[in-house]
Design a protein around this ligand. Structure first.
Ligand SMILES: C[S@@+](CC[C@H](N)C(=O)[O-])C[C@H]1O[C@@H](n2cnc3c(N)ncnc32)[C@H](O)[C@@H]1O
Length: 251
């Protein structure tokens, strides 16, 4: 079942309860099941799918300073650490996710903090944010904060929900969508609880990134492939459709 709502201004959109719940950090702590139910890091079909697209970037991490915004249970940092970066650090405001990350990867430097509250004097060559930007309402501030802690020629690598895919009915979940302009907030309810996020067309990210002085380097549609369908047959009905987008900006 899908319920659609339409609002007429950015103000109405920003104050809508579904948008407000999208930026509420506590939603990951309140769900009945945790973000990583098997507590097995990268051994998840969707993570393997995402990692295939990130691999060409993570391989560049040797002797670099690496930072991840919204590291969740730490699987990506654990993979990147294998390339022996100089500094590698992750943050996430969810206590549940951070506790799992610390349990799975005791050697990682991970802090329980939102990006907005995190302070660092270091500069980073690679900043990752995977499936996390959909919990930020103020994109301009997000990109400015990233640009401020990036080295010149550094990369910001983001994975974001594909705007069309995330509006489709999926797996019988109940979805509520609020639409304004090139963005939409979506609340999905399933047996694990509810999860809200803001999805946008890529041009919305590009505009905010450009305003922060970052330029677009790569943009890739992450299409559901044979490997994902084999591991997780529920994706078969959407085979070939882009589920996420990978975007890389350069300072
Ligand atoms: C969909 S999960 C993705 C987690 C991880 N990147 C992964 O791929 O498994 C989104 C994560 O963003 C985190 N998050 C939400 N708001 C945030 C904020 N303001 N700053 C940093 N992380 C945030 C959540 O706590 C959650 O762990």
């Amino acid at each position: 079942m899908i319920y659609n709502f339409f609002v007429n201004s950015q103000e109405e959109f920003s104050s809508h309860p579904i948008v407000q719940s999208s930026i509420y950090y506590g939603q990951y702590d309140n769900r009945n099941s945790c973000w990583d139910p098997n507590k097995k890091g990268i051994i998840s079909p969707v993570r393997c799918f995402v990692y295939k697209f990130l691999l060409p970037h993570t391989q560049l991490s040797q002797s670099c300073n690496v930072f991840e915004i919204g590291c969740g249970t730490g699987w990506l940092l654990a993979e990147i650490k294998k390339y022996e970066p100089n500094i590698i650090i992750g943050i996430d405001p969810s206590i549940k996710n951070i506790n799992i990350a610390k349990h799975l990867y005791p050697d990682l430097q991970i802090h329980c903090s939102s990006f907005e509250n995190f302070k660092t004097n270091d500069k980073y060559n690679s900043i990752y944010s995977v499936m996390t930007l959909s919990h930020f309402l103020d994109l301009e501030s997000f990109f400015i904060r990233c640009a401020n802690i990036m080295e010149v020629n550094g990369e910001l690598i983001i994975v974001v929900p594909n705007f069309d895919y995330f509006q489709r009915p999926r797996f019988g979940y109940m979805s509520e969508l609020v639409h304004f302009d090139s963005q939409c907030a979506i609340r999905i309810k399933n047996k694990s609880g509810s999860l809200s996020q803001i999805i946008r067309k890529n041009e919305v990210y590009h505009k905010a990134a450009n305003q922060a002085g970052l330029s677009l380097l790569t943009e890739k549609l992450m299409k559901i492939d044979e490997d994902l369908v084999t591991e997780e047959p529920k994706y078969k009905e959407n085979f070939g459709l882009p589920m996420h987008n990978l975007i890389v900006y350069k300072k």
